[in-house]
Write a protein that binds this ligand. Structure first.
Ligand code: COA
Ligand code: ZN
Length: 305
């Protein structure tokens, strides 16, 4: 019987590295991305075309993109905050862009110095341009559950933003628990009504593991029908503009859970662990997934038998 697929988008090279105290070189970033591709990762967020003053670790994302070129079977995306970022990304050969929408005024101001409405209008303009140029757009709704500045998010607000963008032609909408404050029940409460309305195919989820509920929240979203998740190799991550947020849910934890549940992630666990070790080695501070300590000896035993 064929197994049901789940897509993982590794955001470690962007969401992860942007918040590390150690800034990696272009060659190191490229090596990490290639290690992820070698593990079978089909989506990788490679960098961000943002102000280098705002996020110094993402400077050189153009060099990362041009050095990588296209990797067969892998969708390489980059985050863009505005039209300038779109143009720079396109000039570097990027064909899939990730844009951020905001479910709170506080986060929109801190992140891009715009109101929610301004950020949405700017994003709509880029979306129209991208559609005309055949560029794929993945839009993330930040602080979909809770904002560090404005408190709890009304799920209806997050759903409305998502519905508007799907209608405008975004290929996928990802709901982000930017600070890792959601619990599995809230995940169901946010997602179920939207899945009932538009289906799960174009929806995705992004969790941080701040309160150790990252994997539980992925499971909740699976129960809601979602089959696309952001995760970060070795649990790298955080947001420089969202105080108190720790890393994303670790890719190795998510992949292990899904594979053991019988889903097909297309990812080779041995190669994924190698990528995780590389992320730890390069940054010196990646927390590493919780599962790795168990997975390593288990994989060795499997290989020996
Ligand atoms: N790429 C590179 N540089 C950019 C840029 C882009 N996409 N957009 C603007 N800039 C530069 C401008 O040229 C300007 O540079 P200068 O000061 O050397 O002249 C500087 O950034 C400020 O530009 P301005 O248009 O005044 O924007 P701002 O000060 O309102 O900042 C952003 C807005 C969005 C550019 C900036 O806050 C940013 O890049 N934030 C990153 C957000 C992010 O990545 N968050 C994490 C992801 S959730
Ligand atoms: Zn994030």
């Amino acid at each position: 019987m064929s197994r049901e697929s789940v897509l993982i988008n590794d955001v470690g090279p962007r969401d992860g590295l942007q918040n590390q105290s150690k800034i990696l070189t272009v060659a190191e970033r490229v090596a990490l991305i290639k290690a992820l591709a070698d593990a079978g990762m089909r989506y990788i967020e490679t960098g961000a075309f943002v102000s280098p003053r705002a996020v110094p670790a993402m400077a050189g994302s153009d060099d990362v993109a041009t050095t990588l070129g296209q990797l067969p079977g892998v969708t390489l995306s980059a985050l863009i905050p505005n039209a300038r970022g779109y143009e720079l990304a396109r000039a570097a050969g990027v064909n899939t862009v990730a844009m951020v929408l905001y479910a709170s005024e506080g986060m929109a101001q801190r992140n891009v110095k715009m109101s929610m409405a301004e950020a949405e209008a700017a994003t709509c303009d880029i979306l129209a341009r991208a559609s005309a140029e055949g560029v794929e757009v993945i839009a993330t709704v930040a602080v979909a559950y809770e904002c560090p500045f404005d408190g709890q998010t009304d799920p209806a607000v997050a759903r409305d933003i998502a519905a508007r963008f799907l209608e405008q032609g975004a290929s996928r909408i990802v709901f982000a628990d930017t600070i890792g404050a959601a619990n599995p029940q809230q995940v169901r409460q946010l997602l179920d009504p939207l899945v009932a309305e538009v289906g799960a195919e174009r929806l995705g989820a992004h969790f941080h593991d701040t309160r150790a509920m990252g994997v539980a929240n992925v499971f909740a979203a699976i129960e809601s029908g979602l089959r696309y998740f952001d995760a970060s190799i070795a649990g790298l991550g955080g947001c420089p503009f969202a105080p108190g947020a720790t890393g994303n849910v670790a890719t190795e934890d998510v992949v292990m859970m899904l594979e053991q549940m019988g889903f097909d992630t297309g990812i080779d666990l041995d190669a994924l662990i190698a990528a995780s070790d590389l992320a730890e080695e390069l940054t010196g501070s990646a927390p590493g997934g919780r599962s790795k300590r168990w997975l390593k000896p288990w994989l060795q035993k499997q290989a020996a038998s």
